[in-house]
Design a binder for this molecule. Structure first.
Ligand code: UDX
Length: 441
């Protein structure tokens, strides 16, 4: 099938390559020529494991092209909207400018029977408003949220946990005739994952839009829950990692997303819970989501607490001290620094008088551009040279595997802060380090 993918960022670039791999003929469209040029040459514009291989495989089939020309969407049967919806400056609400611009650019190129498939995370009500504007074109809107995780984006797109189709519905909540036709077309698009047994949930627009923000709110709540427990552990001498293991054995709770530490960041969870609260306020049901304020507050407190812990471990002040921060990306296997807890803590320490040197296996170019005031080093050893404190802020595998004895020879003082609770305290203490972590004695 001929499909267009509008917006070629973390979501769209992966989606375009994956759709070509599933056998479709794909054109990726983005306003950023630098991005489309890179993608057209087979280069991923950001670090995502598996994406270069997916692009190469798709290019070899000759079924994947990229352009800045919105007219290239004409002739495609399905148009995926994959643009970003960042937090609006100075507000909790989502900024829908990119959705609006992409939709307006697409409109003149739609033909009757086309599908416009929204994948971006939007405030509930957005799909209904966009669908209204399609009536004169004869195209149908479907809301088909994306749940991909950075670092696993290709795998999550080709083998999703579930597919959700939000369709136009009648008064009884059943899909309209256009909705049923649209679902049949999407079944063709996703024939492979459906044949693999991927569960499919068919629903109305509102439910489909809510599924995405509900899922991300649940994940954020789970992380903040364990971080709240970490605060209690800190005041009682308990160990949050053991606590998480113990409650995680209960299948109803589950161990995943119970890793306490510096908390969540990135381009999704923080802005999605805030946009969800803002939307609930507009709908007059803000009380329903008031707990998300607490989820957000617990999360942000972890960053402040880490700076306090650094001060504590250094005898009351970090002024003039050298601090090595291992990790800049918001999580491992990504070069994404949007709302990164690692950089947020690094910047706070620097502002409070420390000399901070940051390292990261992939995110240094992005970090340098966003935080030019921090110092940077290529490796953990270089960052840690003469350091008074080493902070592990992003749990890249190479930082988890660091040898405490070897690293101990380059630092000025053997003090380590484990911001992700991934180091073995016994091994580090045995090598003469003062080991401290959030939520652990
Ligand atoms: C998330 C959702 O997982 C995904 O389904 C959605 O489509 C987009 O948002 P992503 O932002 O890529 O994906 O990252 P995720 O793996 O969810 O991690 C988010 C943040 O939570 C990271 O900063 C991570 O370090 C942190 N985290 C995760 C914890 O602090 N503890 C945990 O136990 C798990």
């Amino acid at each position: 099938m001929r499909v267009s993918v509008i917006g070629c960022g973390y979501l769209g670039a992966v989606h375009a390559a994956s759709m070509a791999q599933l056998g479709h003929e794909v054109v990726g469209i983005d306003v950023d020529a630098a991005k489309t040029d890179l993608l057209a040459s087979g280069t991923a514009p950001f670090y995502e494991p598996g994406l270069p291989e997916a692009l190469a495989a798709a290019r070899a089939t000759g079924r994947l092209a990229f352009t800045t020309d919105p007219a290239a969407a004409a002739g495609s049967r399905v148009h995926f909207l994959c643009v970003g919806t960042p937090q609006q400056h100075g507000e909790f609400r989502a900024d829908l400018t990119y959705v609006e611009d992409a939709f307006a650019a697409l409109l003149p190129h739609l033909a009757p029977g086309d599908l416009v498939v929204g994948k971006s995370t939007v405030p509930v009500g957005t799909a209904e408003a966009l669908a209204q504007r399609l009536t004169t074109t004869g195209a149908t809107l479907v809301w088909n949220p994306e749940f991909l995780r950075e670092g696993f984006a290709v795998q999550d797109t080709l083998h999703p946990d579930r597919l959700v189709y939000g369709l136009p519905t009648d008064a009884e909540g059943e899909p309209t005739a256009d909705g049923a036709r649209a679902a049949a077309v999407l079944d063709e698009v996703y024939a492979q994952p459906l044949a693999d047994g991927t569960p499919l949930v068919v629903c109305d627009y509102a439910t489909a839009q809510l599924v995405k923000v509900a899922a991300n709110s649940f994940l954020a709540t789970k992380i903040s829950f364990i971080n709240a427990m970490a605060e209690l552990c800190e005041s009682t001498g308990a160990d949050v990692t053991r606590l998480a293991d113990a409650i995680g054995y209960d299948d109803r709770i589950g161990r995943r997303f119970l890793n306490a530490g510096l908390g969540f960041g990135g381009g999704c969870l923080p802005k999605d819970i805030r946009a969800f609260m803002a939307r609930a306020g507009e709908l007059g049901v803000d009380q329903a989501l008031s707990f998300l304020r607490e989820v957000d507050a617990i999360n942000m407190r972890r960053r402040v607490r880490m700076v306090d812990l650094a001060r504590e471990v250094c005898g009351g002040s970090i002024v003039g001290l050298r601090i090595a921060v291992l990790g800049a990306a918001f999580k491992p296997d990504s070069d994404d620094i949007r709302d990164s807890p690692a950089l947020s803590v690094a910047a706070q320490m620097q502002l409070q008088g420390a000399h901070v040197t940051v390292t990261d296996p992939q995110a240094l170019p992005n970090a340098r551009a966003a935080w030019p005031g921090l110092a940077y080093a290529d490796t953990a050893e270089e960052a840690a040279a003469d350091a008074d404190v080493v902070l592990l802020a992003t749990e890249w595998p190479e930082y988890r595997r660091l040898d405490p004895a070897a690293l101990g020879t380059v630092v000025a003082h053997r003090r380590v802060l484990d911001g992700r609770n991934v180091l073995d305290p016994r091994a580090w203490r045995a090598a003469g380090w003062t080991y401290r972590a959030l939520g652990r004695p």
